[in-house]
Design a protein around this ligand. Structure first.
Ligand code: P6P
Length: 338
């Protein structure tokens, strides 16, 4: 090697692949659609900005004394945490000024919000989100997350609800942010699942996986066994079978943490109907649907009983559903027992 040639190896990054940020990933996706105006990209960028702000606030929550409840319950009848409100406001502020966001719908708001009336005529997108899923974990430094779903606004719809209440199969994109030991954003726009990690040193989400595939099987189930007695017998038979076959139980108490684990390691997450939540506890529009799109795009399955979750025709914004989702083989084992 002549003296002027650099030995690239000595300068090689620890990883061989290129450095791709979420921003460049989004723009590359946009470039595949020549008729794209960039509005969709701007929405994803707004969600990325929200995630960075929420992540920063969560990691300082105890220092800034913003943990704990605010003394009231939200539309779900759940104790509202201070950070629920902060996360909700952050998303509203980041999305509110983005052209093309016709409507936003949040777990924290009773009704969907028309963000830009002029765009509700020829508006482009509806964004739904659970701003801080699993927020009861905050006080004990457990994982929490943001879950989002993007639909095309139906400008011909007579009412806001009609435009929002679309089946999960009509989602244009879905994703979640897990605020855990690192801040991870997982996203699908219908052509596979990509994973990004927030590099706090540079404030950018760096892509660490593209076209993520869920393991076909995994001997881990995730459910709140405290509810076991009120599960239908089929679910109880499944739990007996799993325990007889050496399965592990893992339960984070936040859907985002449980789904992220099974997406990477395989397994199944179950929230069956219970006595307290006979329809199931998880919300269809902004928990089950986005998570089901991600899991299916990664090669997994997502069911409510025997029905495919994404095929459920929503009737109300905050309606709930039972959930069995994860590795295809593991979902099959559950359904065999129902
Ligand atoms: P339980 C959090 O409140 C949540 O909506 C999901 O993130 C989580 O999987 C589930 O509820 C936990 O419910 O009844 O086990 O506390």
């Amino acid at each position: 090697m002549s003296p002027h040639e650099l030995d690239v190896d000595q300068f090689a990054l620890t990883r061989r692949d290129n450095l791709t940020t979420l921003q460049s990933h989004i723009l590359a996706g946009q470039a595949k659609h020549p008729d794209a105006t960039g509005t969709f990209s701007w929405i994803l960028s707004a969600i990325s900005l929200s995630a960075k702000v929420i992540s920063a606030k969560i990691r300082r929550a105890r220092i800034d004394d913003v943990l704990g409840g605010i003394g009231n319950t939200n539309v779900q009848g759940e104790k509202q945490q201070k950070l629920d409100v902060i996360a909700n406001e952050t998303l509203m502020r980041c999305l509110g000024n983005r052209e093309g966001v016709a409507i936003v719908a949040s777990e924290e708001n009773e009704e969907p919000l028309i963000i830009q009336r002029q765009s509700t005529r020829d508006g482009r997108y509806v964004v739904l989100f659970d701003p801080l899923d699993g927020s009861s974990n905050l006080d004990t430094c457990g994982g929490v997350g943001t879950i989002f779903s993007i639909l095309r606004h139906d400008s011909l719809a007579d009412t806001v609800e009609e435009s929002v209440l679309q089946k999960g199969t009509r989602q244009l994109a879905a994703g979640y942010v897990l605020y855990g030991s690192s801040t991870v954003l997982v996203l699908t726009a219908g052509a596979g699942v990509s994973m990004f990690v927030l590099d706090p040193l540079i404030g950018a989400f760096l892509r660490v996986a593209d076209d993520l595939k869920i393991p076909k099987s995994g001997k881990t189930y995730s459910t709140n066994e405290g509810n076991r007695r009120s599960f239908d017998p089929g679910y109880q038979r499944y739990l007996d079978w799993a325990q007889e076959n050496g399965y592990s139980s893992r339960y984070a108490g936040a859907m985002v943490g449980d789904v992220h684990r099974l997406l990477l390691q395989g397994g199944v997450f179950l929230y069956p109907p219970t006595k307290k939540s006979p329809e199931g506890k998880l919300r269809l529009m902004y928990e089950a649907n986005p998570m089901s799109m991600i899991v299916e795009q990664a090669g997994g399955k997502a069911c409510a009983g025997k029905q495919r979750i994404l095929e459920i025709q929503p009737k109300a914004l905050h309606q709930r559903t039972s959930v069995v989702l994860g590795s295809p083989d593991e979902v099959a084992h559950v359904l065999e027992h129902l």
